[in-house]
Design a protein around this ligand. Sequence first.
Ligand SMILES: Cc1ncc(COP(=O)(O)O)c(C=O)c1O
Length: 385
Amino acid sequence: MTLKISDRGRVPPFLVMEVLRAASEREIRGGSVLHMEIGQPSLGLPAGAAAAVAHEVAGGDPMGYTVAQGIPALRRRIARHAHAVYGVEVPVERVFCTMGSSAAFLIAFLTAFAPGDRVGLAAPGYPAYRHILKAVGVEPVLLPVGAETRFQPTIEMIEGLGLDGLIVASPSNPTGSMLPPEALQALAEYCHGAGIRLISDEIYHGITYGMTAATAAAFSPSAVVINSFSKYYCMTGWRLGWLVLPEDMMRPVECLAQNLFISPPTISQIAAVRTFDHLEELDAIVRGYARNRDLLVHGLAGLGIDKVAPPDGAFYVYADVSHLGPDSRELCRRMLDETGVAVAPGWDFDPADGGRFVRFSYSGSTATVITAIERLRDWLPKRNA
Ligand SMILES: Cc1ncc(COP(=O)(O)O)c(C=O)c1O
């Protein structure tokens, strides 16, 4: 007998992970791979924080559950950091820690939206937004964005669409482009006035190259801010993120989180408190990303790949490669097979126009970026031979 299975699980796969699998298979066969498909820091917890965590573990901390919101010491550090970076007073009660920003999205979407609601989001954009929305019965409304608006949504794009929510990400994945503070402010104020719940993904804050990253918490009392220790803080596998919540969502989020997850990982919370003492190490890592970014953007331009989204932040270059063929997935497959350079096809981020683009991640070493450019310089002329 065939049993019923819910449509909620029928979401598309994450193509980046499929490239990663193909790249790993190549490595198992003895081939070399330059990993530019995955967006994660290659360095771990700052040494001082790691030592402090080891000390706690050796001291026999039982690592039990914490309260659902996360330990007060961490929530206070997050609020203090927000004040230092943005000059904004974030009440500690409104900071809610989660298992990565991924869990924060699930809780925020479940709390803010009802089945059938419509939520706008930029295409290209991070694929999990639309897949999680679909899984919880909410309709993603894709907003095609391009170079004219720095690959970011505008008020004009969302007017009249009858949206219940809007997701913005600045810096964005896959483009790295940012909303200037005044544009974020205008969107936040418009959404508040129009009854549209703004969800601001601020996971790449800290990794910017000159442009100021503003927080939506400064501009709207109804916006939901989502952030994470996975990128700037180099704690990707520790699975810790946080929300800055509007007042009306605090209690429902607490009840949902208690039932879904009980609490965020205890050891990770202890590590995160310590990490705030070592921000200078993290800033040095960002300076390394900045070098990689310049090398990659100039290197790609030298190869004729010069139509790229403004790489204002994060660690990605989203490049138009339509002159190299109609299907970015096929291009990525051949690039990996013939050069060992692994990059992500645009289809992951944009189901309509992704065939024209690939995403390069420069979160790895400078040597990776330099070698990748050298290999592509040799390969591109012979590619059609
Ligand atoms: C824009 C964006 N948001 C959220 C996430 C999820 O991160 P995490 O669950 O590790 O916090 C990612 C991961 O790559 C991302 O790029």
